[in-house]
Design a protein around this ligand. Structure first.
Ligand SMILES: *Cc1c(COP(=O)(O)O)cnc(C)c1O
Length: 352
């Protein structure tokens, strides 16, 4: 009744999305602010007759708006149903362990190993540096690899690599093997590697509308890279599902990506709340990893990460804990609104 493939699956475990109790949700890096107010006008004007037809399989209008935003050509943009789906297509298209292991950091987005087992790609996880930063030289030391993937900033640590570090890495790594930089969190204070796209034809950048664009419920993401890489993603898409992004997602995404002013405003609020939370936790004696993302990775000496998670959950606050050796002591806290962070700080100073 079941395929052999099914038995070998090793599915990702998403952060909790409780439907029964109302929590202060600081566990899945959603944006605490609403998406662009322009979206409402677009929905009001929507003709429901439009939903009769299939959407544009190429997402041309949306891809053009994304291209305009980043000053690149539309042929260098792919759009899909969340960046997770685009990552899945990319693993299929670019990584083949006949040519060596796929390399990624030891502590990183846990979906990468899931795609590896899905597509039977052998992988090697390179330890982080002592300060939790991604060790790019560790990737270079591996003799046989079929590609590299890492988020920048990394998750769940939030540590950012600079453009100089990335450039140095690309100058030394095989130019015929794809390197994916997952920029899910780049808008919260990082500098995008998009400026390297022209120089390095093996660079693919993935982005999501879920975090800085406050549209996790819409399921929309995109990739930027050399046209040859983008064409490969189209070939995978059209072998799987020709219409990964629906009519609403294409329309809403096009509006959101064009509303730079609004998004700059909410992003700055999140960055300033991050600074507030970091300063307060340091004051309370917590260990805080320096973050350029919309979350922070923190620990308190003498308290198990799991106990922090459980105690906060008891008190109506959800954070994320990864029960993995090496990062067990830590919890990841999403930057919420300032009043939510004040409630969090209040509970933290009461219990820890
Ligand atoms: C959230 C996240 C994604 C997934 O984004 P979606 O577009 O919602 O699928 C990808 N990579 C990292 C590192 C993330 O944190």
């Amino acid at each position: 009744m079941f395929s052999k493939r099914l038995k070998n699956l090793n599915p990702y475990v998403p952060g909790e999305q409780p439907q029964n109790r109302k929590y202060i949700k600081l566990n899945t890096n959603e944006n605490p602010y609403p998406p662009s107010p322009e979206i409402i006008n677009c929905l009001k004007k929507l003709n429901i007759e439009d939903l009769r037809l299939y959407p544009d399989p190429q997402s041309d209008n949306l891809r053009q708006k994304i291209a305009d935003r980043h000053n690149i050509d539309k042929s260098m943009v792919f759009a899909g149903n969340g960046s997770d789906e685009i990552l899945s297509f990319s693993f299929y298209a670019f990584f083949d362990s006949a040519f060596g292991n796929l390399l990624f950091p030891q502590f990183t987005y846990s979906f990468y190993s899931v795609y590896c087992s899905f597509y039977e790609i052998e992988y090697l996880q390179i330890p982080l540096n002592y300060d939790f930063s991604v060790d790019l030289s560790g990737f270079l030391e591996e003799e046989h690899s079929c590609g590299v993937i890492f988020p920048n900033p990394n998750a769940p640590t939030g540590i950012l690599l600079s453009i100089e570090e990335l450039t140095d890495f690309f100058d030394k790594y095989h130019s015929d093997k794809v390197v994916i930089i997952d920029e899910a969190y780049i808008d919260f204070g990082g500098i995008s590697a998009i400026e390297l796209i022209e120089s390095y034809k093996n660079l693919l950048i993935t982005r999501t509308f879920s975090k800085s664009m406050a549209l996790a419920g819409l399921r929309l993401g995109y990739a930027i890279g050399n046209k040859k890489l983008i064409d490969a993603l189209f070939a995978v898409k059209d072998s799987f599902n020709s219409y990964p992004s629906d009519i609403l997602a294409q329309k809403i995404g096009a509006i959101a990506i064009s509303d730079e002013r609004y998004y700059k405003e909410i992003t700055e609020k999140i960055i300033s709340s991050r600074k507030y939370l970091v300063d307060e936790l340091v004051e309370l004696g917590w260990t805080v990893v320096p973050s350029k993302a919309n979350f922070i990775f923190v620990a308190k000496k003498g308290v198990a990460g799991k106990d922090i998670y459980l105690k906060l959950k008891d008190n109506g606050i959800l954070v994320r804990h990864f029960d993995i050796d090496g990062i067990k002591d830590y919890v990841r806290i999403t930057i919420g609104k300032k009043d939510e962070l004040d409630i969090l700080l209040n509970k933290i100073s009461k219990y820890f």
